[in-house]
Design a protein. Sequence first.
Length: 331
Amino acid sequence: MHRQQMAKGAALPISALMPEPSYAAEARHTAFRAPEPNFVLAVALMLVASVFFAGMAGLIRYGSQDLHPFQLAFLRSAFGILFMLPWLMKSGIGILRTSRIGLISVRGLTAASAMFAFFWALSVMPLAEAVALSFTAPFFVTVLAVIFLNEIVRARRWTAVAVGFLGAMIILRPDGGAVAWPALAVLFSALMMAGSIICIKKLSRTEPTNAIYLWMVIYLAPITFVPALFVWKNPTWEQLGVAAGIGFAGTVGHLLVTRAFGLAETTALMPFDFARLIFSALVGYLFFSQQPDIWTVVGATIIAVAGIYIARREARAERARRAALTARATA
């Protein structure tokens, strides 16, 4: 009972749940709900978090000019462990007790796969395009929830999923030519991120949120270290600073998102999460001379609208489930 209460009420740690593309998607499934919402502050936190996430994407792009994305992924994971050490020392090793090591392992593998794919894609494709495609994660979550959680999805949500993937196809613009491997890598990252979210939904029923994150960090470091060995290059102090900056930006960004979802309803805040598209495009334009074309803008808009609609439908379904459980408990 105590562990269940912690899982439902504990705030997320001051470290980013990796991988980076879908913090909001993860946080909205686990964030602590404050009793007195403050919508204006929540919006401000979401916008500032979007700036940090866009900066993180820019640092990944910049750092990958000298270091392989796989090595950056390992360094990011290593800094994640450093960020978690103070919390672990305070909470004690007992926080890691679990009877669900299998599901935790799956979560670690899916998170690592998503990180590898997204980091590599950011190193070779425009930031705005990569971030836009990463927002397809909620569509994959809808599909996987039907398969693994036995959730009932009706026609409207399936239509929104189809429309969202149509937006992704507009960005991809398949024309029979060369395969757009970087874009496909982002979609694979979104799929793995969705798998990680499904694991979180299951784990959060019994495990404290901080423990879920810490276990992921523990898994990420050795998983990312093995591929990093094959492309290893001794980093300079500047490159270590860039890696630390990636970790810092992800940490602060996720902390802000988690706090925002604790201050206001998810459905009200989700539109502001798409500010990451704007800030990422701005970072790409200012620092890497990248300018999104009209098809990226159109596709990203369609993805955003479909994603917001799915978030609203999920919130409505969740409220209905809670009402039914409450009525059943009091009957």
